[in-house]
Design a protein around this ligand. Structure first.
Ligand SMILES: Cc1cc2nc3c(=O)[nH]c(=O)nc-3n(C[C@H](O)[C@H](O)[C@H](O)COP(=O)(O)OP(=O)(O)OC[C@H]3O[C@@H](n4cnc5c(N)ncnc54)[C@H](O)[C@@H]3O)c2cc1C
Length: 464
């Protein structure tokens, strides 16, 4: 693996001449601005390129092959795993200027976009046509569709609507050397080839660079209802989800917030709703349902009856505006966790839903033994916990030990180390614990087919 030393590379000046100076950043200040993502790692790139059309992307991919320069694609840089950083000092190819919604095929419910479109902007655009793009990472207002696809992003709506992988119909991908690959026609069905589109979903910038994306969209649901309930037993929401699913109801979203996260929320101010987190409250459950007006009316009756029979305190929101205000509490959580520790290790593990309570209880045991805060909130309907270890830097060694114990427990429970954030740089050393030698051999061979010189996003996703 080659590590670039920036000063040696006059070559970046040449690239600037080729693309124009407003497209290639080389100053210390500019490079520093692209040296971090949400992982808290810092890696200073050698150059940052901001193309605004696909011909420039092709040119750059040709150039990196010719000069053997590593390249990291980047959307908004909200990766929690260090996957948007130039770990070996190459170029960052940032898609923030390729942010056009190109075409809506309304009658087919398909939209064609550039990779730099923000998820939230796409949602707002589609709403004008009563259409809806379901994947809803908490970062949706500031993360890009290209980044969402490359990480396989999910969100609270995963239980009913699935995640990003369920909406990507076809991709235009540029490979090192500048060849353009179209992963099939943008049809709703196709069975001619292996599914190359899905190979790129979750590929974390290691196989190719997306320049155009076809997404499936859905009709906007007629009516939504959101319940937020307050629990004195921490694991109660996990039990409630099981009961709701057993009763044949499918929430559009179900989000669990644990006792450690509540500690952080209590110290956060400025919520637009009265959030009564009295001392006895040890967990929260967000449950959203959607459908036709009559379906939703029926669901409201059932859930209210269930909560009152079980003496569970709740509030509900029915108007779109009020629903979004309530969801802001959930979206405020990641930033709020900072009050529990200046350093953070963030994981997004998944276990079969029936084992969530076992995992939660193991995490509480590790928290009390280690003295490290472990928040454990997330998409309870999908078995997906966002596990965040929060600590002061001098305790990093202890925190890494706790993290490894959690990962081992997850794998013992037939789970996976990442449900939606990907592996990035920060979890690479654990991949060998989950994948078999045969799986690793196959993914390394696939990487070689698309990127034989190992130029795309080095030190990300694949184990050594
Ligand atoms: C507060 C907060 C909340 C979050 N909540 C969630 C959540 O609920 N669910 C969830 O899944 N994630 C969540 N995330 C993580 C993050 O937002 C997602 O991983 C998101 O998909 C990253 O998008 P981005 O545009 O920021 O991509 P970046 O971080 O810039 O890049 C992510 C990956 O995509 C690759 N990439 C970017 N653009 C392209 C392209 N055009 N072609 C090929 N590869 C590309 C990069 O190389 C990198 O590997 C959260 C992050 C934060 C900070």
């Amino acid at each position: 693996m080659k590590f670039l030393r920036r000063k040696k590379f006059k070559i970046f000046e040449k690239l600037r001449e080729l693309l124009g100076k407003e497209k290639v950043f080389l100053s210390e200040e500019e490079l520093l601005s692209y040296s971090y993502d949400a992982s808290s790692l810092i890696r200073i790139p050698s150059a940052v390129i901001l193309p605004d059309k696909k011909e420039e992307v092709i040119e750059v991919l040709r150039w990196i092959k010719e000069h053997q320069i590593p390249l990291t694609p980047r959307g908004s840089g909200t990766s929690t795993t260090g996957s948007a950083l130039a770990h070996t000092g190459g170029v960052i190819l940032c898609f923030s200027r390729m942010n056009r919604i190109l075409e809506l095929y309304e009658e087919e419910r398909i939209v064609r976009v550039e990779p730099g479109v923000l998820n939230g902007e796409l949602k707002a655009y589609l709403k004008r046509f009563e259409l809806f793009y379901p994947p809803d990472p908490a970062s949706m207002n500031f993360s890009t569709i290209g980044g969402n696809i490359a990480t396989g992003a999910g969100g609270p709506r995963g239980l009913k609507y699935g995640t990003t992988k369920d909406y990507v119909l076809a991709l235009e991908v540029v490979l090192p050397g500048g060849k353009v690959l179209k992963t099939g026609p943008p049809t709703l069905k196709k069975a001619t080839s292996y599914n190359l589109t899905s190979l790129f979903v979750g590929s974390e910038g290691t196989l190719g660079v997306f320049t155009e994306i076809f997404l499936k969209v859905l009709p906007y649901p007629e009516k939504r209802i959101l319940f937020l309930s307050f629990h004195t037993l921490e694991e109660e929401p996990l039990e409630i989800i099981s009961q709701i699913l057993k009763a044949g109801l499918t929430p559009a979203s179900s989000e669990f917030i644990d006792q450690t996260s509540i500690k952080a929320l209590k110290q956060t101010s400025g919520f637009k709703i009265p959030l009564d987190l009295e001392p006895g409250v040890r967990s929260l459950l967000f449950l959203e349902f959607d459908g036709s007006a009559s379906e939703v009316r029926e669901l409201i009756t059932k859930i209210e009856k269930f909560y009152s029979q079980n003496s569970i305190r709740f509030i509900k929101a029915e108007k779109e505006k009020d629903i979004e205000v309530l969801w802001e509490v959930r979206r405020a959580l990641s930033p709020a966790l900072k009050v529990l520790g200046t350093s953070k290790i963030a994981d997004d593990v998944v276990v079969p839903r029936r084992f969530m309570k076992v995992l939660l209880s193991e995490i509480r045991k590790l928290e009390s033994e280690s003295g490290i805060f472990i928040s454990c909130f997330g998409h309870a309907g999908d078995g997906n916990f966002h596990v965040n270890l929060l600590f002061e830097e001098e305790k990093r060694g202890k925190a890494l030990e706790v993290r490894e114990n959690i990962i081992k427990k997850v794998l013992e429970l037939s789970g996976t180390i990442s449900g939606e954030h990907g592996i990035g740089y920060t979890k690479r050393s654990y991949v060998n614990l989950e994948l078999s030698p045969l799986e690793i051999e196959i993914i390394k061979k696939l990487k070689k087919i698309f990127d034989p010189d190992g130029l795309l996003n080095p030190l990300v996703k694949l184990p050594d």
